[in-house]
Write a protein that binds this ligand. Sequence first.
Ligand SMILES: [Zn+2]
Length: 247
Amino acid sequence: MPGINRIKSEAADEKSQQSSSELWPKDGDEVFGLIVSDGNDDNDLRFDKFYTHSVQGKRDDGSNLWKNSLCPSKEEEVCKLCDKDVRPARKFGFWMYVNYILHKEKKNDSWEAVKKRASGEVQYKEDINDFRVFSHGFGSKDYLFNQVVDIFNEYGSLNKYVIRIKRTGSGMKDTSYAITSTTKIFELPKEMQTKVKELPGIREFFKKQWSPRVQTSEDNKDAKLLTQENDELGLGDIDEDPTESLF
Ligand SMILES: [Zn+2]
C-alpha cells in the first residue's frame, strides 16, 4: 500500500514541477520564444481558451490567499461557483519554448548584461531554453488576444517566427502586455521534439495546477474546514495574486 508520505511528496513534486512551468513576467520583462502551436489546428489544445474563478481565502495565519479553479460550465458541466453567481474570467493560454527573458534589473548573478542597440538601454538576460505556459485574460476589448490574432493573420501561423511578450507596469490598473512577432527563425532543438508532443493541453495543465492540495495532519482546524470547502468547489491554492491578470 502506498504510504501517506510518499503520496504527499509526489503530490508536492508534481505541484512544483507544474508551477515552475508557468510564466510570470514582471514589469519591464521581455520574453522571447516560439509558440508551440501553429494556430491552424483546432485539435491542438496546447493553445486554448478557458474560464477561471478566483476566490479570496485565508491562510492559517490570517493572510489572504487567492484560490483559482477552472470553470467547467463552458464544458457543459455544472459549475458550483457559477451557480453562486461568481463570475468566471475568460482567458487564453499557450505553451511556448522560451529562449530567454530580458529583465530590467539584475536579480541573479548568472544573468548577463546586454545592451539594446538602438537605445543603449542595459537589460539582464536570463536563459530559459525550456517550455513554459503563458496565460492571460483577453484584455480590455480583447486587445491582448487580438495581438495574437494579428500575428496569425500576418504570417498564416503562430510559430513561424520567435515572438516577444513584453510586460509594462506592475499594478492592477497600469499593467499592459504587448505580444509581437520578431523576424527571428528558431527551430526546436532535437531533444525537445519528443517533449513538445508530450505537453498537456492548456486546460489539463491548469486543472492539475490548481488541484486541491494534499491535507496534512499539522494543519489546524480552520485550515481543514477551508480546504474541505475548497475541495468541494474544486479549488486549489495559489500564491500569486491573480487580480493583476484579470484585465
Ligand atoms: Zn463557473
